[in-house]
Design a protein around this ligand. Structure first.
Ligand SMILES: [Zn+2]
Length: 670
């Protein structure tokens, strides 16, 4: 593409690069607005219980081994090798760094010290990192990977305090600012400009150098204006099957960009940024929303059909965006969504041992096979198999940040020296309130259970608030502080427990979980309870494929998954009283918490098989009211008799049905 063509193409997306850049913003305020809440320094939160098991699975799976055998990380140009030298090694660092410090894993920390040390040592005097060509600042060179590498490196600085790393990032950002004046952002850099604000604001808060805010504003001015983009039809229309790949509809760009407004808001508090943060997600829900709280994109935005895929990169990026949105705006709405995505879409797309993953997951996914007849928009036939690098290796590089960043953002600091819960999982938090060291321990099997015991223990008496996020679904939530009386908490609020803490105080928290149905595509229904979505448990069979392909030695092989039992059930559910049709049973949360056998909660339901619902194109054929007759009088012989079926949390399944045809138990006779 010539320079002229590219400018014309990009110009059609939003306001022209040159015009926006020329308007400048040096005169704007030079102070940065504080976020509503401050993330705690990496290492302050330690995982416990099922979360510790999950992070250890991740360390013992791909994340802790990719740098030993996968060429694009092991032999990356970032680390002095000859393989890929762009986004893949920085992506891996972005997740491996927080994982190593959350687990305090000496081996992984030592390897990271060596890898990060290499990047810093090889940085050129002009500030460009080694993989970039000598003239990177003068020639058109997509700067996206520089933004990403610096975002990963500031985490390393936060965890270690290594001044060389902070200085390397500072020098790189300085080179970036000079480079942008010669060659404005284009392609990936232009759609991901806000990633550069993460390191720029981080360094600014430590150095107060005004040019860092100038850099942030320059990135914003040269980058895509998403608020303008989301006023167009471009993002609302689903991409057709085998449709056109577009920057504007790219699902990973979309998931990353969800935080752009929050980072931008910190620069100058434009009211539009705050409003757009909600509006963008609402538009995505309306046109592309999935039961997991994600939106489809395989790999371009693909509508609400549960057969469409969602790319793993988009899941982990949306999680980080939601963590940022809650941190900056302090609105629990974003944190509700964070849990929904983290406890459903994230674990589902990995094999339970975290040695393999999918590129695309589907809400109704009854088999994962290499399938040339696939329904995806622009992805290929291998996109839903579990493997080392199905379809394309970006997710193999980028998947690592999901769990660790969630764990690192479970609790944040309030401006009045207290602590706020963003999301709930078993953990232990260490922080200081006005100089007094405090530990807060969360004992729970949430999200598989509705109770939590939160123990606060300051080193000496200290007054500060503990702020509990009360999920929007948690009607009737209560907290009992120590031996005090049970207090009600308002669903959807941030509940403050402000007091003088001394000794050891336990808060007994209850978030009542009620079964609920949500009406989805083609009026099918999904079953929800608390933050979890429930899917049909289908007996499954794994088949190893590609055994002769490079790097597919076990345990990091490629697999197809097929159903060994019927899946084409509609459920008998009372729309007004779903709890009457579902029997929830607690199970121990397993060694692999997100696996069919490890599911900490199982629901019994009644279903009928629908003969007309078949495999089409290798997927669960789309069920519609017309062909299933499920909302009308069923054709004779088209429905099976009533059977008992099991539902487990979506995140515990590898194949599943999540959006079900519904029968009324009153007329169908259970
Ligand atoms: Zn990806």
């Amino acid at each position: 593409m010539s320079e002229l063509d590219r400018r014309e193409f990009l110009g059609s997306v939003a306001a022209g690069v040159a015009a926006v850049a020329a308007s400048g913003s040096r005169a704007e305020a030079s102070e940065l607005t504080a976020p509503a809440f401050r993330p705690l320094p990496l290492g302050s939160i330690r995982p416990e219980g099922w979360l510790l098991r999950q992070l250890r699975l991740q360390r013992d799976g791909l994340t802790g081994h990719l740098d030993e055998f996968w060429p694009d990380v092991a032999e990356s140009q970032w680390f002095g090798g000859a393989a890929e030298g762009w986004e893949r090694a920085p992506y891996w660092l972005d997740g491996a760094i927080p994982l190593a410090f959350l687990l305090d894993d000496a081996g992984l920390k030592a390897r990271l010290a060596s890898r990060v040390g290499h990047i810093v040592a090889q940085q050129r005097p002009d500030g460009w990192y080694a993989p970039y060509p000598e003239d990177a600042g003068a020639k058109p060179y997509d700067l996206w990977a520089i933004l990403l590498a610096n975002k990963a490196l500031v985490q390393y600085h936060e965890a270690t305090g290594d001044a060389r790393v902070l200085e390397a990032v500072r020098k790189s950002l300085r080179a970036l600012l000079a480079g942008l004046s010669r060659t404005p952002l284009f392609d990936w850099g232009r759609f991901r400009w806000y990633e550069g604000l993460v390191p720029a604001l981080y360094v600014y808060e430590r150095t107060r150098e005004a040019w860092l805010l100038e850099l942030a504003r320059t990135l914003r001015a040269q980058g895509v204006d998403f608020e303008a983009l989301y006023r167009t039809e471009d993002v609302t229309l689903p991409t057709p099957r085998r449709g056109l790949w577009k920057w504007t509809k790219h699902v990973v760009n979309t998931a990353m960009a969800a935080k752009a407004s929050a980072l931008s808001w910190r620069l100058d508090q434009r009211p539009g940024d705050r409003a757009f943060a909600h509006r963008m997600i609402e538009i995505l829900d309306r046109h592309h929303g999935q039961a997991t709280g994600m939106f489809s994109g395989d790999e371009c935005l693909a509508g609400r059909n549960p057969l469409q895929g969602t790319e793993l990169c988009a899941v982990v990026e949306f999680l980080y965006s939601l963590e940022t949105l809650f941190c900056v705006f302090g609105d629990p709405w974003f944190a509700d969504r964070l849990e929904r995505v983290a406890y459903n879409a994230l674990p589902a797309t990995f094999a339970p041992d975290m040695w393999s993953h999918q590129y695309d997951q589907q809400a109704n996914q009854v088999q994962c096979v290499v399938n040339p007849e696939h329904l995806f928009t622009t992805n290929g036939p291998e996109s839903n198999i579990f493997g080392l690098e199905p379809n394309f290796g970006c997710c193999t590089a980028n998947m690592h940040q999901g769990w660790p960043k969630l764990a690192a953002h479970l609790w944040m600091k309030t401006e009045d020296e207290g602590l706020v819960a963003a999301a709930y999982a078993p953990c232990r938090v260490s922080f200081a309130s006005r100089g007094v060291p405090v530990t807060v321990a969360v004992a729970t099997d949430y999200p598989f259970r509705e109770t939590l015991a939160i123990t606060v223990q300051p080193e000496r008496s200290a007054a500060f608030p503990l702020v509990l996020r009360v999920p929007t679904w948690a009607e009737g939530a209560t907290v009992r502080v120590g031996t005090g009386a049970e207090q009600p908490m308002q669903a959807g609020s941030l509940h403050r427990v402000a007091r003088e803490w001394s000794g050891e105080t336990t808060l007994a928290v209850r978030f009542p979980m009620q079964a609920k149905l949500s009406v989805r595509y083609n009026e099918a229904v999904a079953v929800e309870r608390g933050p979890l979505v429930y899917s049909l448990l289908i007996d499954e069979e794994w088949t190893r494929i590609h055994a002769d392909k490079p790097q597919r030695e076990l345990p990091h092989g490629d697999f197809e998954v097929r159903p060994k039992a019927p899946w084409n059930y509609g459920l008998l559910l009372d729309a007004n009283h779903p709890e009457a049709s579902l029997l929830f049973e607690e199970r121990p949360v397993g060694a692999q918490p997100f696996s069919p056998l490890g599911a900490g909660m199982v629901a019994r339901a009644k279903g009928r098989r629908i003969a007309a619902w078949k495999l089409a194109h290798g997927w669960a054929g789309e069920i519609s009211r017309a062909d299933s007759a499920w909302a009308h009088a069923p054709a004779a012989g088209s429905l099976g008799s009533v059977e008992e079926v099991s539902l487990v949390p979506y995140g515990c399944t590898n194949i599943r049905i999540t959006e079900f045809p519904r029968f009324d138990p009153g007329t169908e006779g259970a």
